[in-house]
Design a protein around this ligand. Structure first.
Ligand SMILES: Cc1cc2nc3c(=O)[nH]c(=O)nc-3n(C[C@H](O)[C@H](O)[C@H](O)COP(=O)(O)OP(=O)(O)OC[C@H]3O[C@@H](n4cnc5c(N)ncnc54)[C@H](O)[C@@H]3O)c2cc1C
Ligand code: FES
Length: 447
């Protein structure tokens, strides 16, 4: 046999082996895909079913649930001093504030993902009249330090964010409520995917810093969506952490990358964080998903995750402003009612709104605001009582506009309300949260 013939036989042998291996790999992948597809088809038909991702993957790692503390870490408003103020993003729209105690008491621990509520005294730029404004800001660093940190995005014409950026200086004191909120990272080993849109990175950053300090082996993914590089916060830190920890995967998506930005160097994907990107990157294991970002991002990604087969209890969301999905539920599915005379039971943040028997309304409901003496027919033009009040020129206090801070709690004098979203905050008996409720009967509230 000549050398040429021998080489040809060897080449053929290697080629055959490669072909066999590729065929075997393809077959395995195809089988897993078919299993997943069949389960998803079944899920669509019956409307519910076992978790397809879980069914074809590693056994579920039990998650030890942790509840946000029921009792606040301190009572009422506490003064904290701004220790350091620093710009975080290249476009100078995100500014961090370190907050230090002014008394000798140490700052209590918080759960990564929680927020602080601030009461700000803001002078009107024209009249100089001081107005009290309440806003919430997530803690963006890990717990256990001698200070807290928040990171605030400047919002065009935004009252509080502009005030914090332009007027609040190092050494100033701010009135702050204790850390609160149920959008917190569950401890344990469960593989976890964090998805941030814009300033929604703040609570997730706290989760990442905490997790990598306490349990660096847990599989952790971050998908961070922004328009361009100069909007990003902590990008260098995140890249450094991803290099340092093989368990942490950082993936940044730019929807409008700048001309000088290079994929692979400045970002990983041109476009938004979407379900295709997630499916291409993630393994078939039972991840927990934590999403924080604009309403539009949550409204598109949450249903897409559900269709993919992720159970509701593994999807955790935080919305920074407003009631996401309040109107997304079909009109034929009324939301959970809350009696005005009953205390509201604490609810879990991941529970979907429960359908109840339909309320028969044969006439428009009348909403009365007793303090301002205004009355209005509920015609559906407002989604919540807060919006309804604002449409009437009434200015009730609010913080989160999403049922988590309790600032809009208002007394019900007569009638009943129902909630468009299960509130995280439990209102006192005989009160309601204007920002997430609407009338269930003719209603009078003290506003
Ligand atoms: C739990 C939670 C955590 C949060 N964490 C963070 C965080 O970590 N970082 C962060 O930056 N934000 C966070 N937020 C959002 C934050 O609380 C504020 O909502 C945000 O800073 C905007 O407040 P503002 O007073 O500046 O804007 P607002 O004055 O309330 O304005 C809000 C919007 O209305 C528009 N607007 C205001 N006035 C007018 C007008 N006259 N005409 C037309 N449009 C107008 C503004 O342009 C803006 O789009 C969080 C919110 C919640 C609920
Ligand atoms: S404004 Fe925060 S609960 Fe309504």
């Amino acid at each position: 046999m000549t050398v040429v013939k021998l080489s040809a036989w060897i080449g053929l042998g290697i080629g055959l082996q490669l072909l066999l291996f590729a065929g075997w790999a393809f077959l395995r992948h195809w089988q897993r895909y078919q299993t997943l597809k069949q389960r998803l088809d079944g899920l669509e038909q019956v409307g519910k079913g076992p978790d397809p991702i879980e069914a074809v993957s590693a056994p579920v790692v039990p998650v030890v649930p942790v509840a946000a503390p029921v009792v606040a870490a301190w009572e009422g408003w506490r003064e904290l001093r701004v220790g350091r103020k620093m710009m975080e993003s290249a476009d100078r729209t995100i500014c961090s504030f370190e907050l230090w105690p002014v008394d000798d008491r140490p700052l209590p621990f918080f759960l990564p993902g929680q927020f602080l509520t601030f009461r700000l005294q803001i002078p009107d730029p024209v009249t100089g009249e001081v107005r009290e404004v309440t806003r919430c800001y997530s803690l963006s660093d890990r717990p256990g330090l001698d200070h807290y940190r928040i990171s605030v995005k400047r919002v065009a014409q935004g009252v509080a964010s502009t005030h914090l950026h332009d007027r609040v200086q190092e050494g100033d004191r701010l009135a702050v409520l204790a850390p609160a909120g149920r959008f917190v990272l569950q401890p344990g080993e469960a593989p976890t995917v964090l998805i941030a849109g814009g300033i929604g990175i703040t609570p997730l950053l706290s989760m990442i810093l905490t997790q990598l300090a306490q349990n660096p082996h847990r599989e952790l993914w971050l998908f961070y969506g922004v328009r361009a590089a100069d909007e990003k916060m902590a990008d260098g830190t995140l890249r450094g952490l991803a290099r340092q920890h093989s368990s942490f995967h950082y993936f940044s998506c730019h929807s409008q990358p700048g001309a000088k930005e290079v994929v692979g160097r400045d970002y990983d994907h041109a476009g938004r964080v979407d379900i295709t990107r997630l499916r291409l990157s993630l393994r078939l294991v039972p991840y927990h998903f934590y999403l924080c970002g604009p309403g539009a991002m949550l409204e598109s990604l949450v249903p897409a995750l559900q269709v993919w087969g992720v159970p509701q209890e593994r999807i955790h969301t935080e919305n920074f402003g407003g009631v996401v999905g309040a109107d997304a539920a079909p009109k034929s599915q009324p939301v959970q009612p809350v009696q005005s005379v009953q205390p509201v039971q604490p609810v879990q943040p991941v529970q979907p709104v429960q359908p109840v028997a339909a309320v028969v309304r044969n006439r428009p409901l009348m909403v009365s605001f007793s303090q301002s003496g205004k009355k209005v027919l509920w015609d559906g033009s407002a989604r919540t009582l807060l919006e309804c009040a604002e449409n009437q020129g009434i200015d009730p206090p609010f913080g989160c506009r999403s049922g988590v801070c309790g600032v809009c709690q208002t007394r019900i004098e007569q009638g009943e309300v129902e909630y468009v979203k299960n509130p995280d905050y439990t209102p006192d008996q005989g009160t309601c949260l204007l920002c997430v409720s609407r009338p269930r009967s003719d209603l009078t509230v003290t506003a």
